[in-house]
Structure formats: C-alpha cells, structure tokens
Ligand binder design. Structure first.
Ligand code: SF4
Length: 165
C-alpha cells in the first residue's frame, strides 16, 4: 500500500503516533465528536473574506494571502493548546511549497483567542520536518498501530471510542 504524508498526519504526529497509524490506514474517527464539530464550525465561519484554498499534490492549505508582495499561508485552529502540532503542520506546508519553488511565510490563527503566530521555515525547522516525515513513513508501514497509551488529548480525540473499547 502506498502512503502519502499529509498535513493532517504531520499534525497528529506531534500529538499521538497511534493516531497517525489509524488515520493513514483510513480508520474513520467518530465524526460526531464535539471537537471535530467545533473545528468544522470555526473552519466555516472564520476569516471568510480572505479565504482562498490552495491545492497541490496532497496538500490543501486553508488560507492564502498576499502579504505586501509575499505569499502568506495560514491555518485556522480552535485553540493554541496544541500549538506545536499546528506549527508542524504549517511548517510541512511551507516545506512542500519550497520544494515546488515557492517561498512563503506561515501564520497560525486562533480566532477564539484573537491570537496569531508567525511561522517561518528555517534550516532547523526544515530538518525537523524531514525527520518527522521519515518517522511518519516508518510508523504507517508498521503492521499494527502503536499500542494505546492514555494521554490528555484522548478525551478530545475522535478515536476515543475506538481506543477505549
Ligand atoms: S484516543 Fe488517545 S491513543 Fe487513541 S488515537 Fe486518540 S489520542 Fe491516540
């Protein structure tokens, strides 16, 4: 089976390796989970005026703006609690854009907190992304999902019923 590393997998990688495997193997999470619903709602109502989706390869970027002649790509998130994983997802997009000859700046948006965080692809963060890509590929090629380990994120995870049953 061929697997593609996506922004969603990169985001999950920093939360839970088991979630990476489950997503990559197309095990469908509980779509009714309130966290997912809330995420969708925020996705629908926030930053509508600027919204332009950018699709290329296996990458879909939420928000694209011209920022004084520079390309700005953004991700809208519910909360900054998982800022590190959101940042890795955005760095992955910046990395994919760079591979396609496009230099861009990133910005994370947390509308409920009225917070914005600038994200830049540096040589250090690029190395972090390429290492994570290698590790994700290694995880998803395993025969079995990494074993369940309870973490604080489980209570908000769409796979909660699956993992706890
Ligand atoms: S419920 Fe917990 S262990 Fe299971 S995929 Fe979600 S975060 Fe990972």
């Amino acid at each position: 089976m061929d697997f593609e590393v996506t922004g969603s997998l990169m985001q999950s990688y920093n939360i839970c390796k088991r979630q990476v495997w489950l997503m990559a193997h197309q095990i469908i999470p509980n779509q009714e989970h309130p966290y997912i619903e809330m995420g969708r709602l925020i996705d629908d109502i926030s930053y509508d005026r600027d919204r332009k989706k950018l699709n290329f390869e296996n990458v879909v970027i939420d928000l694209v703006r011209n920022d004084n002649g520079n390309l700005l790509v953004g991700e809208v998130k519910k909360s900054s609690k998982a800022e590190k994983s959101a940042k890795m997802q955005l760095l992955f997009y910046l990395y994919k854009l760079k591979q396609n000859g496009i230099v861009a700046k990133g910005q994370l948006f947390f509308p409920e907190e009225r917070k914005k965080v600038d994200v830049y692809l540096t040589s250090e963060s690029e190395a972090e992304v390429t290492n994570a890509i290698k590790d994700i590929i290694d995880i998803i090629h395993r025969d079995k999902a990494p074993s369940f380990k309870k973490i604080p994120y489980c209570k908000n995870c769409g796979y909660k019923e699956f993992c706890l049953s």
